[in-house]
Ligand binder design. Sequence first.
Ligand code: ATP
Ligand code: MG
Ligand code: FE
Length: 336
Amino acid sequence: AVVLGIETSCDETGVGIVADGRLLGDALASSMEEHARFGGVVPEIAARAHLEALVPCVSKAFADSGLTPADVDAVAVTAGPGLATALQTGVAAAKSFALAWDVPLYGVHHLAGHVAADTLEHGPLPRRCMALIVSGGHTSLLLLDDLARSPIVHLGDTRDDAAGEAFDKVARLLGLPYPGGPSVSKAALTGDPDKIAFPRAMPGSYSFSFSGLKAAVARWVERSPETLHVADVAASFQEAVVDVLTAKAVSACRDHDVSTLLIVGGVAANGRLRELAAERCARAGIELRVPVPRLCTDNGAMIAAVGGLLHEAGEPASPLDLSVDPSAPLLRAMIR
Ligand code: ATP
Ligand code: MG
Ligand code: FE
């Protein structure tokens, strides 16, 4: 089946076209630069930018794929979580397309999209797998069965900051540009990851906490701002984050006798995380699946991928009065 996917939960407008699990066309626009001077994403600016970018992105995705609207079998859209006004622009557009083309509409959970992104590169998921979602707003360890049909089991979530949020806040402390993930990891390249023993929180648990680590970095910066070696702090901070993430994910796989680990979400683009995860999974005999960086961060194709799974599973469509759920918990892949 051919599915058009739309993602507008934050500052990225993503449109993707997926046919039977294969990515045929996609387009991405971002309003990131418009938010920079406000120090965070401004919902009204994001929503207006989505409105301007949506139709051009849909046109580009069709042009890429060589398909036309007549080929589309279903429309999928992020219905939550995210910024309410931003989500609404995508959902309104998706409803219009579904109505005009007379095809089913599927409301999709944004984080299920991050998980499904991996299928576009590595094919269908095994029946049981572990997923570590590490993004700007979430850090969760999930036990997955059939993504389209089964409830999702949360083994652990963050108690405070998300991993990506920690990167973003530490970047600000170190005077590095937003988004913090890419800039901190770049600075870390020339630093010593063993220079500073930053704390690893909640060992032996599947829950995460990064606010203590962030506070420890802040204290370190305040202590000696003149002689601050940014690269060493960045490398030591990054090492603390990826050590905790990979150790817990591998333990969870062992404890639940799961042999496949997925790492997805924006932070999965981190080179050191990918490297350490590969090392530890190889040692533990676990198959590691991490999508290419451009499929780790927000995009429309990952939402289309979930739509494809729902369509294939014969799930009933969402109603055309589908509403957005800005704080939707991840219970299932579909949001009705
Ligand atoms: P959520 O998916 O939780 O709603 P989001 O959609 O804003 O949040 P994503 O787009 O999945 O988040 O990821 C963005 C986050 O990923 C940002 O916090 C960013 O700093 C982080 N990130 C991106 N690249 C890297 C990297 N190379 N290393 C570490 N973090 C990264
Ligand atoms: Mg983003
Ligand atoms: Fe995301």
